[in-house]
Design a protein around this ligand. Structure first.
Ligand code: SF4
Length: 464
């Protein structure tokens, strides 16, 4: 059995090169199960290049990873290309962007393209590839795939910042969030992590690169603090053995940081020693009513203030992630988000605003028929999803860096006000280096606006 795995190209007209950790992990597991794996990153190579065509001619199956719903239309485009060129093998489509899609929606977007399977998890992969077993991603080191890469792409991936898989799952249940939430955080095994770190640090030393720059996969790094510290020690000691400096970035909630610091006031200084240089707190505004509506009552303003000051005091950069402008955000709430952003930036935090979507097909979305909502759960109506179901290209409008459009913010007053506040935060703070977010623009279907939006989106730096 052979499979060609593809990482699709960045959907806004240029190439974004970063290590596709999920595909590296999957590819390594498939190799271990005896599958012949080839991998191509379509940010680095064209789909009609000789190497890709040769691999496609010789493969039994094809796989695409979808990072988020905005990538769905790009993948549909690739599959159309494959079918036009007579590559009729079954296609598996997996990744975070489709893992929680309703099956009917998946079928609608990928209809008329031959055999295309929604790979929600390992069961679909095993069934389609005829495998009796597949190692868990939590037990797997991606070294087999890293070795498979060309020297050029390995170097590009590993000398830039890349996502390091430590854990998945978050115990909170924020309404707008599309991550694996409402579930206990689960860590990967130390053996698989150490194997990966040993290989990567040895490689970096061999090419004369002195920095290991990683972005931890944890959704809330301090949620299981004992495990985190063990893994940070592993990263730090592997880097030390090869004379490499670790530079670690992670996400956290202010709640768990606050609790951890209260239990152990020396923790922030130790985090710095392990190489943690940036902690991004998911603050998402400064309005208690919004937090309540979005089930984010673990946020407490006083705790956010406290942890920001503590973390800054040990030399770690604080980023505040501000998902604002969700539907039903009142003008007063937006004003609070704005003033809070300015105040915290003035106190030394970096502000990363995002324009929230109250709906996304991998999160809050109309549920399957017969679904019984949990207590307090807001379920989107079918009508609100209709435009996206009819035209997959509109799914790019769900990108959190993109300005709101009539599909994402149907009320024009909410839309204009949210867009205004979002742009005002960026426009005011970016010139001082206090806001790295850059806005993308919804691409109209036709006219000069289509061309202009495409050009502007192409010029915008990537969000990281
Ligand atoms: S804390 Fe963060 S990861 Fe967890 S549910 Fe809320 S937004 Fe999602």
């Amino acid at each position: 059995m052979k499979i060609v795995l593809f990482q699709p190209r960045y959907p806004y007209g240029k190439s974004q090169v970063y290590l596709p950790g999920g595909l590296m992990n999957l590819g390594s597991r498939l190799m271990q199960a005896g599958v012949g794996v080839s991998f191509f990153d379509l940010n680095l190579i064209e789909i009609d290049s000789d190497a890709v065509i040769t691999a496609l001619i010789n493969t039994d199956e094809i796989g695409f990873s979808v990072l988020g719903p905005p990538y769905i239309d790009t993948v549909v485009g690739y599959i159309k290309w494959l079918r036009r060129h007579n590559f009729l093998q079954p296609v598996l489509v997996g990744g975070e962007g489709v893992a929680r899609l309703r099956h009917g929606d998946f079928k609608k977007w990928f209809s008329g393209l031959g055999e295309v399977v929604q790979a929600r998890g390992d069961e679909e992969i095993k069934r389609n590839l005829g495998l009796s077993a597949l190692q868990s991603p939590f037990d797997t080191s991606m070294v087999s795939m890293l070795k498979w890469l060309t020297e050029e792409s390995r170097r590009q991936y590993l000398t830039a910042e890349f996502a390091l898989f430590l854990s998945d799952g978050c115990g909170f249940n924020c309404g707008f969030c599309a991550a694996l939430k409402d579930t206990k955080e689960k860590y990967r095994t130390t053996a698989s992590l150490r194997d990966e770190l040993e290989y990567i640090c040895r490689y970096l030393k061999s090419v004369g690169h002195s920095e290991l720059k990683v972005y931890l996969s944890n959704l809330d790094a301090l949620q299981t603090v004992v495990e985190l510290e063990e893994r940070l020690k592993d990263i730090w000691s592997a880097a030390l053995r090869f004379g490499i400096t670790p530079h670690i970035r992670c996400l956290a909630t202010s709640k768990y940081m606050f609790l951890a610091c209260r239990r152990d006031p020396k923790l922030p200084a130790r985090l710095y020693r392990y190489g943690v240089r940036i902690i991004a707190f998911g603050v998402d505004g400064a309005d208690e009513e919004t937090w309540k509506r979005e089930h984010k009552t673990h946020n407490v303003l006083a705790e956010i203030e406290t942890v920001t000051a503590i973390v800054l005091s040990v030399g770690i950069t604080v980023e505040l992630l501000m998902v604002i402008g969700l539907q039903k955000d009142r003008p007063l709430a937006l004003l609070r988000h704005l003033l809070f952003s300015f105040r915290k930036a003035f106190q030394g935090a970096v502000i990363r605003p995002y324009l929230g979507r109250s709906m996304t097909p991998s999160g809050r979305w109309p549920k399957e028929t017969g679904y019984i909502p949990k207590k307090g759960e807001v379920v989107a109506r079918e009508l609100e999803a209709q435009a996206f179901l009819e035209d997959a290209s509109l799914l790019t409008r769900l990108d959190y860096t993109m300005l709101g459009s009539k599909e994402t913010h149907p009320d024009w007053k909410e839309r204009w006000l949210s867009n205004f506040v979002y742009l005002l935060i960026i426009g005011t703070l970016a010139p001082f280096g206090l806001c790295p977010t850059r806005p993308l623009f919804p691409v109209p279907r036709k006219g000069i606006g289509k061309l202009l939006a495409r050009v502007v989106n192409r010029l915008m730096p990537f969000d990281r």
